[in-house]
Design a binder for this molecule. Structure first.
Ligand SMILES: [Zn+2]
Ligand SMILES: [Zn+2]
Length: 327
């Protein structure tokens, strides 16, 4: 099969031919139809996430169809369409796993990081961490739901019930979360790179009541802010834009260092927290909600062989919505 492979951090992906993977016990073999590109993939390529499997097939927003089954597979039949997210395996016995927080499992393994992912024609996945894809979405449209949508949804949920939601970094996650927030009757305030008129227009088109640069003050204080851009300096900026008692949630897996800031920005019972990974319950909830909320994903598709171009476009902010690879 054709695959895009990372041999070492800091190097571009290589186009290679690999022998087809085999489904082990409890695993399904999946013919990949679409795999979205996530900022986390860039962090892995750049060596900002330590100790990836090497060589590695990246990609953790996979949509495909089941073409093979290992022993004991009972959740899916041949031909079923499934999605594979970032969470690929958990231990099931630790304190976190047993308390509904498998996203924090210390032994968790992640797709496209410790497990080969979806930048390939075929992949295998543990059936317990695969999900049916709602029929309303075609393959390419569904792929960004698997991380941008899922992690974005968890980020919004952990921000609380406030009405005025600020979103810093208006990329793949933000464009989905904005639609969920609107569906829930909330107001969205979009913060983009200063001067990025195209991203601000994109946010307005998705129903944002206000869009401006991340260096601007919103017209009203925010009840909560979500940060999806990997820029630590946005933390004090978001705290400054958030009202007393509000919450700032960092939704990314890696960020540049957060500069020191005055305690008064946190004072007033503001809460600053992160979101780590996802649980299977998040996936089930969000994939049920996405069609109800009428989510429409904006995608820019690339042939699998052009994965490096898709990653470069994501790095440089040269696309709106999500990049999706098609094998
Ligand atoms: Zn565990
Ligand atoms: Zn991701």
């Amino acid at each position: 099969m054709h695959a895009q492979v990372l041999r070492a951090a800091g190097r571009p992906l290589e186009s290679v031919e690999l022998s087809a993977p085999k489904a082990g016990p409890g695993q399904v073999l999946i013919a990949v139809k679409a795999c979205a590109v996530c900022r986390t993939d860039l962090h892995i390529l750049d060596g900002e996430l330590a100790h990836p499997k090497l060589p590695l097939v990246p990609g953790h927003e996979i949509v495909g169809s089941v073409v093979g089954k290992g022993d004991g597979v009972d959740r899916f039949a041949i031909g079923d369409r499934v999605g594979v997210p970032w969470l690929g395996w958990t231990c099931g016995i630790c304190e976190y796993c047993k308390s509904g927080r498998e996203n924090l499992c210390g032994r968790a393994r992640f797709t496209g990081y410790q497990i080969d992912g979806g930048y390939a024609e075929l992949t295998v996945a543990d059936q317990r961490y695969c999900f049916p894809i709602p029929a309303e979405f075609d393959d390419a449209a569904a792929a960004p739901l698997l991380c941008a949508g899922l992690i974005g949804y968890r980020t919004l949920r952990l921000a609380g019930d406030g009405e005025r939601i600020g979103i810093y970094g208006f990329g793949a996650a933000a464009h989905i979360v904005a639609q969920v927030a609107r569906h829930q009757g909330r107001q969205v305030f979009a913060f983009t790179r200063p001067g990025d008129k195209a991203a601000q227009d994109f946010a307005h088109g998705l129903g944002a009541v206000w869009a401006g640069g991340s260096d601007e003050t919103p017209p009203e204080p925010l009840d909560a802010a979500l940060i999806f851009a990997p820029v630590g300096a946005l933390v004090p900026a978001a705290l400054a834009a958030t009202r007393k008692g509000g919450t700032v949630v960092c939704g990314g897996i890696h960020m540049s260092d957060i500069p020191s800031f005055a305690y008064r920005l946190l004072w007033g019972e503001r809460v600053l927290r992160s979101v780590a990974n996802l649980t299977r319950q998040d996936a089930e909830e969000f994939l049920a909600l996405a069609p109800q909320a009428g989510i429409h994903t904006a995608t820019q598709t690339y042939p699998l062989a052009e994965a490096n171009r898709a990653l470069a476009d994501l790095r440089h902010g040269a696309l709106q919505g999500a990049a999706v690879l098609l094998p």
